[in-house]
Write a protein that binds this ligand. Structure first.
Ligand SMILES: [Zn+2]
Length: 159
């Protein structure tokens, strides 16, 4: 994967990072070049994103306030495919393009949870790995984080 994707993968759970690398290789055989467009997000960054379209300008891009997204715990990545008609890597934001469905299918085959998070509005496909934790991080997950950081949740999730 490109350096930007690798920089982002370095900050998420290493098992998730490996799955995304395998996923990327699988898709490359179909000439779909993906990039990790989002990885880890701090609670603050997530909260700012949540406020967008609600109390700040812009459109709504997430249903999750700070601490309510697995991006805040290094357990989620947003992936985007390339637009092959462009000479340099450019994301293809057309959600109807078959590449998106292929990313989703490949992610599911790797045991990643996509579910409702693969939104139909223009947003990168979201792939998360939650193990034994619930599909949406609840109070228990946030408490684990406050007590022991991401590693505490990763241990509990037991991927
Ligand atoms: Zn996401």
């Amino acid at each position: 994967m490109d350096d930007l994707s690798e920089e982002r993968l370095a900050l998420v759970n290493p098992i998730l990072a490996d799955k995304v690398r395998i996923l990327s290789n699988m898709l490359e055989t179909e000439r779909i070049i993906i990039r990790v467009v989002q990885g880890l997000r701090s609670w603050n960054e997530q909260q700012k994103l949540y406020e967008q379209g609600r109390t700040t300008p812009g459109k709504i891009v997430t249903q999750c306030p700070g601490g309510h997204s697995y991006h805040c715990f290094g357990m989620a990545c947003d992936l985007a495919p390339n637009d092959p008609s462009k000479p340099i890597w450019t994301p293809d934001w057309n959600a109807d393009h078959p590449s998106w469905k292929k990313i989703e299918a490949a992610a599911v085959s790797m045991g990643l949870v996509c579910g409702c998070a693969f939104r139909t509005f223009v947003d990168a496909p979201h792939a998360q790995m939650t193990g034994r934790c619930p599909v949406n991080p609840g109070e228990e997950v946030r408490q684990l984080f406050k007590a022991g950081g991401m590693e505490a949740i990763w241990r509990e999730a037991n991927f």
